[in-house]
Design a protein around this ligand. Structure first.
Ligand SMILES: Cc1cc2nc3c(=O)[nH]c(=O)nc-3n(C[C@H](O)[C@H](O)[C@H](O)COP(=O)(O)O)c2cc1C
Length: 166
């Protein structure tokens, strides 16, 4: 679907907060939805995952991701990109997706949404914009509280509709 909208997200926790946000956004604007998966998944244990992710996040490092089946970025003019807030920045698989697809995302609109555990936006918006520089049109990002994301459907839908209009 040329000039379409895609939602690409990464989600780690069993609650799937970012997944829920992604699904709600995609449904609202009729977008295709794709999940980013780490080639080597993080531990399913919270503390171990935090330990694994910390040096990567602090160092703004990539984490290898699996190819995303069926995703053809040339078909989209707007790409929503969803990440959990990890150590105040993007989860490394999301950074990897953005950095690896910089050429493919060139000239498109990209819009970050994130879910967090209380820290809010922290550095995610800044770090996301920094990746794209002037290569893409970076729309205003939004942070959603992970624990109450299922009570934020209206807010998610409003965000999705407003960004899709731009
Ligand atoms: C490795 C790791 C680091 C995290 N760091 C932060 C943080 O710095 N600030 C924050 O508000 N929440 C932090 N959280 C909480 C998550 O951002 C939050 O629970 C999010 O909604 C999870 O999304 P998910 O269910 O899609 O994985 C962290 C969670 C993990 C696993």
């Amino acid at each position: 679907m040329k000039n379409g909208i895609a939602v690409v997200y990464y989600s780690w926790s069993p609650d799937g907060n970012t997944r829920f946000a992604a699904e709600t956004i995609a449904k609202k604007v009729g977008a295709d939805i794709f999940e980013i998966k780490a080639e080597k998944p993080y531990s399913s244990d919270f503390r171990t995952c935090c330990d694994e992710a910390q040096p990567e996040c602090r160092g703004k490092k990539q984490r290898a991701i699996l190819p995303i089946e069926g995703l053809k970025l040339e078909n989209y003019s707007l790409v929503f990109i969803g990440s959990p807030n990890w150590w105040g920045t993007l989860a490394p698989p999301v950074r990897t997706f953005a950095e690896k697809n910089l050429e493919e995302l060139k000239g498109k609109k990209v819009c970050l949404f994130q879910t967090h555990g209380g820290g809010g936006m922290q550095n995610l918006g800044r770090d996301f914009a920094e990746i794209f520089g002037d290569k893409a049109t970076v729309l205003t990002p939004k942070a959603f509280t992970g624990s109450s994301v299922r009570q934020s459907v209206e807010e998610l839908e409003k965000f999705a509709a407003e960004r899709a209009e731009k």
